[in-house]
Design a protein around this ligand. Structure first.
Ligand SMILES: [Ca+2]
Ligand SMILES: [Ca+2]
Ligand SMILES: [Ca+2]
Length: 144
């Protein structure tokens, strides 16, 4: 029915440096950039610090927004049919899969979604004060 799915899946694989690695490998540079984007968005009160609570809240909102058919999985079936809505949906969808789709199957399950974040947060919060600052995000490209 929807022919975009295999194409998108290939695209995600082709652009993901981790495509050939084992499950749960550390994110590549592209995914890291998207993580930084997400962390900045998650700073809900705009004070330049993203707390775990803010990230959790933002993450729950994002999943709810992307899982449009509410089946607990973000995948191509959630893509809107209206072109304008689809254009808005697609970047967020691609970002979600590049960060959270650990097994590179083009779908993000709630399990995948919830699994990765504590690790991401802990790695970003370098001084372990419970918040990720812009300075800490700027150091992201050197994350190992
Ligand atoms: Ca869904
Ligand atoms: Ca997946
Ligand atoms: Ca910190």
């Amino acid at each position: 029915m929807n022919k975009a799915f295999p194409i998108l899946g290939m695209l995600v694989l082709a652009t993901s440096p981790m495509a050939v690695s084992a499950q749960d490998a550390p994110p590549g540079p592209e995914a890291l950039a998207k993580i930084a984007e997400m962390m900045t968005e998650a700073d809900l009160n705009g004070d330049g610090r993203t707390t775990r609570a803010e990230l959790n809240q933002h993450r729950a909102q994002m999943f709810a927004k992307l899982d449009r058919n509410t089946d607990g999985v973000i995948d191509n079936r959630d893509s809107p049919r209206i072109p304008l809505a689809k254009r808005r949906f697609q970047p967020a969808f691609e970002r979600a899969t590049s960060i959270f789709d650990h097994n590179n199957d083009g779908r993000v399950t709630l399990d995948e979604w919830n699994r990765s974040d504590p690790d991401i947060f802990a790695r970003l919060d370098r001084n372990e004060d419970g918040a990720v600052t812009r300075t800490e995000l700027a150091a992201l490209s050197t994350l190992k």
